[in-house]
Design a protein around this ligand. Structure first.
Ligand SMILES: [Ca+2]
Length: 281
């Protein structure tokens, strides 16, 4: 089933490259920019030189144009470098807290329940940064109760899909034996840094709640886009019955745009409180 070609997992590939920076500067490939997303880092590939003989004037002109194109490519590449941001203490103090969802000392934020973001969808890194500005991060589902809380909200509000902070460790420094194979043992919650249980096991009913199916009919995570040559499915979304499978977890390419859920980050709250005189609740 390829219903995921419209806005969901699996949008068409336009190779881009940008910096992954939640644990240091790293590069990884994404396949579509989109709003607020990475911009062309491959523009240098557009620069081609004809082998035919040219006049000195034309040669100089071409040299100038090539320099300009290379500069444009460098500028585009620089613009494409995206990193995680530090929190803004004032934004932290004024963060929207959906108070009825207060758990283990953490407030949560549902993008579709807040008027200003109710229609917004962002790629995974942009969504993280929106959360981080407010001393939160994308939600981490470290136990079945928290997972049910978020999954129930997705179902009740009839939200098509959302981002979590789930991430596959498939960048530099992820070659530890205990993280192999990555599709089974390489998953962690980037919001809290906690490792997930192996994706092929269940520690409680429907936890972890990976879908038994997906775009190619295989159990998740399946890294389907990798097999199709269009990228890596390195981020974890919750999809609402997208494949007739109920509200389930899917590995999805990080450039896709989705609503999101933020959760208070103790680390970012402590940082903002220690570096600002603003009172942050
Ligand atoms: Ca998948």
């Amino acid at each position: 089933m390829r219903a995921d070609r419209r806005g969901g997992p699996g949008d068409g590939p336009v190779p881009r490259s940008y910096k992954w920076a939640d644990a240091g500067a790293r590069s990884f490939i994404v396949h579509r920019g989109g709003r607020g997303g990475p911009r062309s880092a491959g523009a240098a590939g557009l620069v081609e030189f004809s082998a035919r003989r040219v006049s000195r004037h034309t040669y100089t002109y071409c040299q100038t144009m090539m320099r300009a194109l290379v500069l444009l490519a460098v500028a585009a590449y620089a613009a494409a470098q995206r990193e995680l941001i530090l929190p803004d203490p004032r934004a932290c103090a004024n963060r929207v807290r959906h108070a009825h969802e207060f758990r283990n000392g953490h407030h949560y934020f549902y993008s579709w329940r807040h008027r200003a973001t109710s229609r917004h969808e962002r790629d995974w890194l942009d969504a993280r940064n929106i959360c981080r500005k407010h001393c939160q991060d994308l939600v981490s589902l470290e136990d079945p109760q928290e997972a049910r809380m978020i999954e129930n909200a997705v179902a009740q509000d009839n939200v098509r899909y959302i981002w979590t902070s789930g991430r596959k460790c498939d960048f530099d420094d992820c070659d530890r034996p205990d993280l192999q194979p990555k599709l089974i043992n390489g998953w962690f919650w980037s919001g809290s840094g906690q490792k997930m249980p192996p994706s092929n096991t269940r520690t409680a009913p429907n936890y972890p709640n990976w879908s038994p199916t997906g775009g190619s009919g295989r159990a998740q995570p399946d890294n389907r886009e990798h097999d199709e040559g269009t990228g890596e499915e390195s981020c974890v979304g919750i999809l609402n019955n997208f494949y007739g499978d109920g509200v389930k977890w899917h590995d999805v390419a990080c450039h896709h745009q989705k609503p999101w859920v933020c959760e208070d980050s103790d680390e970012l709250l402590n940082y903002a409180r220690s570096t600002s005189r603003i009172r942050i609740p």
